[in-house]
Write a protein of this length. Structure first.
Length: 270
């Protein structure tokens, strides 16, 4: 079995009527709750968090509601009722997305699979290994996870996400450096983002943020997002001059732009 060196990015080829609010069912031992709205249930998990408002997240676990401790369950469920159309639509979009996207729900266990730069990688638990690393086998690319014997799903998830984010820093940083060399305007700094609403961002003072989840996708997608944010260093808008700048940085970017438009960050499983 061949061990693979860490990825080197610079060597990689370039308003409505509200229905009556029914009492919710008590939470199950696993923390799931059920709210009946208009004779149809909405299942959700409640997470108390240090925040000022109620937030909604939809992922592979369904609907999670994050709320401050001082907000009552009745107020939380009133907010769910107010947002029910959005919630139901997003849940439907999530199921549709799973049916058509290459990045399916990740099972954080031995044999689970995820995408790295658009290619499948199989998770392999390696108790006793000194570090987590990629390896090439006859079955394809594997991610060997250095973990204690019989780790739980949460432990595997944490190890995988930690490794992915480290790889994302190297890959995205390398692509940023390569593409930035094609223009005079340079970023003041850059960082990884975990946002669920933006692939990237550029501030007026020259700081660029790139979503670490880009590491799941192919290099053309990554390069398009990087070029998009670099172009904002010159044009803080989406004017014809902005798109001309993107084209100068990345000729033929239109195909990747169309692909990104089909992806929904809020629906990614991790």
């Amino acid at each position: 079995m061949k061990r693979l060196a860490p990825l080197d990015a610079q060597q990689l080829p370039l308003a409505f009527d509200e229905p009556a609010l029914a009492p919710s069912a008590p939470p199950t031992p696993g923390g799931a709750r059920r709210l009946i709205i208009g004779h149809e249930p909405i299942h959700y998990r409640l997470r108390r968090a240090r925040r000022r408002s109620i937030g909604f997240t939809i992922d592979d676990r369904g609907l999670t509601v994050a709320a401050p401790r001082w907000v009552s369950v009745a107020e939380i469920e009133a907010a769910i009722t107010e947002k029910q159309r959005w919630i139901r639509r997003k849940l439907t979009e999530w199921r549709d997305w799973q049916a058509r996207q290459p990045l399916q729900r990740v099972h954080f266990s031995d044999g689970g699979s995820l995408l790295l730069l658009g290619r499948p990688v199989t998770l392999r638990l390696q108790p006793g290994a000194d570090r987590t690393q990629l390896a090439e086998s006859s079955a394809g690319t594997e991610l060997h996870l250095a973990l204690p014997p019989q780790p739980g799903e949460a432990q595997v998830r944490d190890a995988v996400l930690s490794w992915l984010k480290a790889e994302a820093r190297g890959v995205l940083g390398g692509r940023l450096q390569l593409l930035a060399a094609r223009q005079a305007a340079q970023p003041r700094s850059w960082s990884l983002s975990s946002a669920r609403s933006q692939w990237g961002a550029c501030t007026s003072d020259g700081h660029i943020r790139l979503n670490w989840r880009l590491v799941h996708f192919s290099l053309p997608v990554i390069d398009y997002v990087v070029a998009h944010e670099l172009a904002h260093l010159q044009e803080m808008n989406h004017s014809p001059r902005f798109w001309k700048t993107v084209g100068e940085l990345l000729p033929g970017f239109e195909v990747a732009r169309d692909e990104v438009k089909k992806l929904d960050l809020g629906l990614l499983p991790i």
